[in-house]
Design a protein around this ligand. Sequence first.
Ligand SMILES: [Zn+2]
Length: 148
Amino acid sequence: MATFSLPPAPPASSPAALRTLTSQRRSSTKPELALRRVLHARGLRYRVDRPLPGLKRRRADLTFPTERVAVFVDGCFWHACPSHGRRPVANGEWWEVKLSANTARDRDTDAHLAGLDWCVVRAWEHEDPVLAADRVEEAVRSRRAPRA
Ligand SMILES: [Zn+2]
């Protein structure tokens, strides 16, 4: 597993930037709760915010341990969504490194889990929770199908 190290964070450049930084929630964000509601209504039962096999300090937002499906609801800012991701101008270089490291870590997590025969489903926070739930449900059900 690759490790990712960063220079220490610079002080927040403005009160607004500080708010962005400190509002980074690790789990049970609004989009995640919306997805959970839809999945629950469909009778799917998941575990919340669990550590991942073989990965220190990384957790999945939702896991289906029996089917080995891990679900991540990625925030548009922190995970550099192609539609809404933005690089702050203040402390731009640090942010460039930070956000690139986040993306690299996401890909590393995906590769690691795939190597353990886990299925990874990633949803963006901007995504319609019903459509995200469709993808999760499809992954979970396909994993339940008897193997040939
Ligand atoms: Zn987005």
